[in-house]
Design a protein around this ligand. Sequence first.
Ligand code: SF4
Ligand code: ZN
Length: 311
Amino acid sequence: MIGETTGSGVPLCSLCREPAIVFQRHSGRHLCGRHFTAEVEQRVADTIKKRNLIVAGDRVAVALSGGKDSTALLLILSRLLTCWQDVRLVAITIDEGIAGYREETVNSAEQLTRRLGIEHHCISFSELFGDSLDTFLKGREPQACSICGILRKKGLVSGAHRIGATKLATGHNLDDEAQSVLMNVFRGDLSRLCRNSGVDSSGKFVPRIKPLSLVSEKEIAQYLILHDAWTELPECPYTRYAMRREVRSLLSGFEYRHPGTMLHLIESRHKIEVACTGSVISEPLRSCRGCGDPSSGEFCQVCLLRRSLGK
Ligand code: SF4
Ligand code: ZN
């Protein structure tokens, strides 16, 4: 939809009549850089406020991989924090040990935290689990993302505990969240579907928060370009094994043809969560018999995995 334009045909911002840089399909508005930034940051602030994700006194550990989402998360939180008193940001990077990929993203994370003056901790899989992901994956490459995901989550939680964080913020965006809904449905994993949203607090975990859960991947890219924080980084060599990749392409086609699909998926998850409250699907977590961490079964995923890896 094109409203008024400049002499050279560039649409004008619907709010201030400066040249627009984006068209938001969900709101039907053209926005200039300033109004686009303000709208995205306000949406993140509203998500935080509505779900009580961050409160006064919090020490928020941002899971900073150095990729696009976590870079945008740290940038946005550091800008929003100028108006929040008594909240401190710290960044944690997990170096899984993926040759030809992780070095550059770790470097990018270091540069960003230096630029923003934010405390930064980098923890490696070797330090946490005794070896690199590359070593664990020899002969198990097709399981790369599930093994990586289980161990990285454990690493972030240990890191957050170690530095005394009260919240662990991850850069999951709208696309990631919608993809997760679909993947859990495809796998028939309703209990994970119900445990996946909002604040994940079982009393023992540092609660995980997802402040970008209503910001799309495309908006994150636009935000980074506008704020001079866009970096071309290599792709993880194991991405080709990821089911998420197929779901991502399926869903982005749907979103393009039927705007709002991703938001509707997230709303569906919320309705399922509400409907399942108190049922066997949303049973509270118990303590793992191996390590004592919260677990849905007798042993947590990390203990089961370490046993199968012989670690
Ligand atoms: Fe880990 Fe898979 Fe992401 Fe690579 S693509 S970093 S293996 S989750
Ligand atoms: Zn404007």
